[in-house]
Design a protein around this ligand. Structure first.
Ligand code: ZN
Length: 198
């Protein structure tokens, strides 16, 4: 059975340090593979988490995960209305929990920004390491990142809107930056609801 890691909560110093590169020949090592599996398991068991960076589990390494769910947000298969519905309708809630188990996770190791748009969008954000806080953050609409996957293969991925936002939020984690440093204004989310966090 896979071990879940505990999520580091702000203001722990590990969240404020710059993460180190993973030696590419170590990506396939049992230790690194185990960490990646544990991070997936940890993210899968969060409440509404769509992304997770290694410093959030106490590992100062340039690794982050983005859930496939981030693409659903972009595709409007799941918007804020759907989110509220899913929390008030038992049938939908069950469906959402079951779907969550099946999300694939995209792994980004040693990510480098190749392109980032000047145009920005303001949108609410939350963070697993900053519980209970949500706020509007201005982020570039589009980003292109080069990284290694869990098999040590280099890839380039372009993303827009919500997925691009999650990538930028995770990149910040690798540089010791939290969304609360950039927030334009905080918002209140009712206690019985839970916003998307990363
Ligand atoms: Zn975060």
């Amino acid at each position: 059975m896979l071990k879940q890691l505990s999520i580091v909560i702000s203001p722990k110093p590990v969240l404020r340090q710059v993460a180190k590169e993973v030696p590419v020949d170590k990506i396939k090592s049992p230790k690194m593979q185990e960490l990646i599996l544990q991070m997936k398991e940890t993210l899968r068991n969060t409440d509404n988490g769509v992304g997770l960076a290694a410093p959030q589990v106490g590992e100062l390494l340039k690794i982050f995960l983005v859930s496939e769910e981030a693409e659903y947000v972009d595709n409007k298969k799941r918007d804020s209305d759907a989110n509220i519905q899913m929390h008030t309708n038992d049938t939908n809630k069950v469906e959402r929990i079951e779907r969550k188990k099946d999300w694939r996770y995209f792994i980004y190791i040693n990510p480098v920004v190749k392109k980032i748009s000047k145009s920005k969008i303001e949108y609410p954000e939350g963070c697993l390491s900053v519980p209970g806080k949500f706020g509007f953050v201005n982020r570039s609409e589009k980003i292109t990142v080069e990284a290694y996957d869990e098999n040590g293969k280099k890839f380039i991925r372009g993303a827009s809107k919500f997925y691009a936002r999650v990538i930028q939020h995770e990149l910040d984690h690798l540089n010791g930056v939290l969304f609360i440093d950039k927030v334009e204004r905080f918002i209140d989310i009712p206690k019985n609801e839970s916003g998307i966090k990363n």
